[in-house]
Design a protein around this ligand. Structure first.
Ligand SMILES: Nc1ncnc2c1ncn2[C@@H]1O[C@H](COP(=O)(O)OP(=O)(O)O)[C@@H](O)[C@H]1O
Ligand SMILES: [Mg+2]
Ligand SMILES: [Zn+2]
Length: 314
């Protein structure tokens, strides 16, 4: 993966590689921005400028938090989140998925996790998938998975925050956050309160991808969160009979967009009926794919370990 710092873009294309930001820009409508300087980031000991992050509980430690965002629902954000988590788990990492999409939670279903999450005196225990991925979702806290969550924005935002502060995750190398679609209030609150190390953007050809990416870049820049890459979903299809892959809407534009915005292109995912079937049956972990193989996580863990080390030495 190309590191953002190495990017040679001249900066006028919306690339956020030059860090001209050295203070909180909470001038505008960013209600809820806590720009006091004293940072309290137990997650990493590493403060993101100008934004006060929430502290995780004493029973959890998470080395890297990666959020998955999209412009709208239905583009495959939860599928990508689940596949990323499964892929990293297969590589031997300790992995969790925080389902921040409270009004459209689908992560437990994809992993086949049923029943309510358990709790103890210290917090809520994350449920576990068949391969040992820790999962927390609103669906694991309501008696019936088809109960709708009809709450207003502030309650939604607080609930998601509690997924970070009150859930016992244990020791994780990677926590993937399935963000609600769009760039509205709830995703903004999540991005402001949870110490994210990076964002992955999922687009589909039906979306106005340029606009979505533009918005996402602006938001990420404001919040000082690096964009790790772009994934294009559903631009091609796999024939269920012979397995051949063909373009559904002509050539995709994500590669072009990723070049234009200086964002690494992590790959495209064809429409595959087998994936849909596995998701429906709670067996997403069984999907074989070689997506995201260039998405090198080790470097991330390595840098965080070094960070911890230098923190300790201080
Ligand atoms: N590449 C794909 N091939 C087949 N089905 C897919 C693919 N991506 C997503 N789906 C299906 O489309 C539906 C919506 O995907 P989902 O990941 O829930 O989207 P989102 O989280 O963006 O709303 C799900 O039923 C999922 O199984
Ligand atoms: Mg979803
Ligand atoms: Zn065929």
């Amino acid at each position: 993966m190309e590191e953002k710092q190495d990017c040679q873009c001249d900066g006028d294309k919306g690339c956020n590689c030059e860090s001209e930001k050295n203070g909180c820009n909470c001038d505008e409508e960013k209600a809820g921005c806590n720009c006091e300087d004293e940072k309290n980031d137990a997650h990493s000991g590493d403060s993101k400028k100008g934004i006060k992050k929430l502290t995780i509980n004493n029973f959890s430690s998470v080395k890297n938090v990666i959020a998955i965002m999209s412009g709208k629902g239905g583009v495959g954000k939860s599928s990508v989140t689940s596949l990323l988590a499964s892929g990293f788990r297969k590589r031997g990492f300790e992995v969790g998925v925080l389902d921040a999409d409270l009004t459209g939670p689908s992560v437990p279903k994809m992993f086949g996790i049923k029943g309510m999450a358990k709790g103890n005196d210290f917090g809520i225990l994350a449920s576990e998938s068949s391969t040992g991925i820790k999962v927390m979702s609103i669906n694991l806290l309501v008696p019936r998975e088809d109960d709708p969550v009809i709450w207003r924005g502030p309650i939604l935002a607080n609930t998601v925050k509690q997924f970070w502060t009150d859930v016992i995750w244990g020791d994780l190398d990677y926590l993937f956050v399935d963000l609600p679609p769009g760039t509205g209030d709830v995703p903004l609150t999540v991005m402001q309160s949870i110490p994210l190390d990076g964002l992955v953007i999922v687009t589909s050809p039906q979306e106005l991808a340029v606009m979505i990416v533009n918005k996402a870049i602006k938001m990420a820049k404001q919040l000082d969160i690096p964009i790790l890459g772009l994934i294009e979903n559903m631009s091609s299809a796999v024939c269920p009979k012979c397995g051949e892959e063909f373009q559904l809407f002509g050539p995709g534009h994500s590669k072009e967009i990723s070049d234009r915005f200086c964002i690494p292109f992590l790959g495209s995912m064809p429409v595959d009926p087998f994936l849909a079937k596995l998701c429906d049956h709670g067996k997403v972990e069984e999907y074989y794919h070689n997506l995201f193989i260039n998405f090198i996580p080790d470097r991330f863990v390595g840098s965080r370990k070094n960070q911890d080390k230098s923190d300790n030495e201080r």
